[in-house]
Design a protein around this ligand. Structure first.
Ligand code: SF4
Length: 54
């Protein structure tokens, strides 16, 4: 698999099909971040909505 790292988007979720592989970066030009909480209060409340399981 060959994915070019986007150095503007650091990511360590290697289970995602958009992860660049060799380094901890996303390969997309743009991602969507959202939340599953009604009133987010910490980083755990946010999600990458562009995640796609490998
Ligand atoms: S789409 Fe989101 S979860 Fe997937 S590699 Fe990019 S930043 Fe990480």
């Amino acid at each position: 698999m060959h994915h070019e790292a986007n150095k503007c988007i650091g990511c360590s979720v290697t289970q995602c099909s958009h992860h660049c592989g060799s380094e901890n970066y996303c390969s997309l030009n743009k991602i969507q971040v959202g939340t599953h909480e009604s009133d987010p209060s910490m980083d755990q409340c946010t999600d990458c909505k562009s995640f796609d399981k490998k």
